[in-house]
Design a protein around this ligand. Structure first.
Ligand code: ZN
Length: 344
C-alpha cells in the first residue's frame, strides 16, 4: 500500500507526489483553485479550467509551468499514472485518480455529488484507497435539495425588494457566487457583482459556461432593483456597510451548524447552499468507492470514527489548514467547528 502523509499538503512519499500543497513545490497537482488548495509552484498539474483560474489568482506573470490534464485523460508519469475526474465543487475542480503498484488511490479534493448548475457533476470513482475531504462529516449536516434552497433565496430577495432594501447575497468569489448568479438569473432577477466576482465570472464565460442572462459589475449609482453578490468578507467593509437599507443573505453549508446564528449575528439570513458533500454523500462515497482503506482530511477526526463504527477501515489524516485553531489536539470525538475563513 502506498504511504499517504500530510505535510502542509497531501504527499505520497513512495511516488514523490504532492497534491494541493500550501507552500511552493517543484511540481504539485492542484485539485481546484481555492486559495486554501494553492500556492506558487514551479509546475502544476491541473485541469485546463483550474490552470486558467490559477493563473488569474496565483501566477499573473505566467511563471508556473502548467501540465493541463482534461477530465478523463490518463497520463503516464512513469512511476504512476494520473487521471482527473469532475468533483462538482467549482469549475475545473477535480478528483484525482493515482494508479501505481497495482493500487488505485483516489483523492476527492473538495467535492459534492449534488448537481452544480455551473460545473460538471461528480461521480464516485472505484478505488482501493480513498482519500476524502470530510468538511461536513457530521450527521447533522444534511443539506436540503438545491431547489428548496433556491426557493428560500428567491423568497428572501423578494422580501428585501418589497421592504425597499437591497438584497445582498454573500458568497465567495470562485464557485459559490457563480452558482448563486445562475440561480438568480434563471428567475430573471437583475444581478450586480462585486469586482472580484465579476472578474471570476468573466473567466467562467471565457471557459464556455453560458449563464441564463446578463450581469453587471458593481456600480453604486446603479444598484436600484438589483441583487448584489459580494464575498462574505466584504460585509463589514464600506461597500456593503454604506448601503443603509440592506438585507444580507449568507450562503454556506455552515448555516446548519448550531453555532452559526451566533457566529453570523450580523447576517439577516443563513442559507445552506454548499459546494461540499454533506454527511450522507460522504458516507455514500466511502461505500460506493469500494475502497478498503479510507483516509479522511479537511474536517474533524470524528468522521473517520463514525466510518469505523459503520465497519469501514478509516483513519483521519489532518486538519484543514484554514480550520479553526485548537490549542490541544482534539479528541477523536471532537465536533466540527466553523472555520474562520469561509470557503465552504
Ligand atoms: Zn474548495
Amino acid at each position: 500500500m502506498l504511504r499517504v502523509e500530510y505535510r502542509e499538503g497531501l504527499y505520497l512519499p513512495d511516488l514523490d507526489l504532492w497534491l494541493d500543497a500550501n507552500g511552493s513545490r517543484e511540481r504539485c497537482v492542484i485539485s481546484h483553485a481555492h486559495s486554501d488548495h494553492t500556492a506558487e509552484h514551479k509546475s502544476i498539474i491541473a485541469t485546463p479550467e483550474t490552470a486558467r483560474i490559477y493563473r488569474h489568482r496565483c501566477d499573473r506573470e505566467g511563471k508556473t509551468n502548467v501540465e493541463a490534464l482534461a477530465y478523463g485523460e490518463r497520463r503516464d508519469y512513469g512511476r504512476f499514472a494520473l487521471t482527473l475526474y469532475p468533483a462538482g465543487h467549482c469549475l475545473g475542480s477535480a478528483q484525482v485518480l493515482i494508479e501505481a503498484d497495482n493500487e488505485r488511490v483516489v483523492y476527492t479534493g473538495d467535492y459534492k455529488l449534488r448537481s452544480n448548475v455551473v460545473a460538471e457533476t461528480a461521480n464516485i470513482i472505484l478505488c482501493d484507497t480513498l482519500i476524502m475531504e470530510s468538511t461536513f462529516g457530521d450527521p447533522h449536516f444534511k443539506f436540503p435539495p438545491q431547489v428548496a434552497v433556491a426557493e428560500r433565496l428567491y423568497a428572501a430577495v423578494d422580501r428585501a425588494f418589497s421592504d425597499e432594501r437591497v438584497p445582498i447575497v454573500l458568497a465567495y468569489a470562485l464557485g459559490k457566487s457563480q452558482e448563486a448568479l445562475e440561480l438568480l438569473l434563471r428567475r430573471k432577477y437583475r444581478v450586480t457583482l462585486h469586482g472580484s466576482i465579476w472578474y471570476m465570472t468573466e473567466i467562467y464565460r471565457e471557459l464556455g459556461i453560458k449563464f441564463s442572462g446578463d450581469y453587471e459589475k458593481y456600480d453604486r449609482a446603479k444598484l436600484e432593483g438589483k441583487v448584489l453578490i459580494t464575498p462574505p468578507s466584504s460585509r463589514k467593509q464600506s461597500m456593503v456597510a454604506n448601503i443603509a437599507r440592506r438585507s444580507t443573505i449568507l450562503l454556506t453549508g455552515w448555516a446548519m451548524h448550531k453555532s452559526a446564528p451566533y457566529m453570523y449575528k450580523d447576517v439577516d439570513l443563513l442559507l445552506p447552499l454548499s459546494d461540499h458533500a454533506d454527511y450522507d454523500e460522504l458516507v455514500r462515497t466511502a461505500r460506493e468507492s469500494g475502497a478498503y482503506r479510507i483516509i479522511t482530511m479537511h474536517g474533524a477526526p470524528k468522521f473517520a470514527a463514525l466510518l469505523r463504527e459503520q465497519g469501514f477501515n478509516a483513519e483521519h489524516l489532518a486538519h484543514h489548514p484554514g480550520g479553526a485553531k485548537t490549542k490541544k489536539q482534539p479528541t477523536k470525538r471532537a465536533s466540527t467547528a466553523i472555520p474562520q475563513s469561509l470557503f465552504d
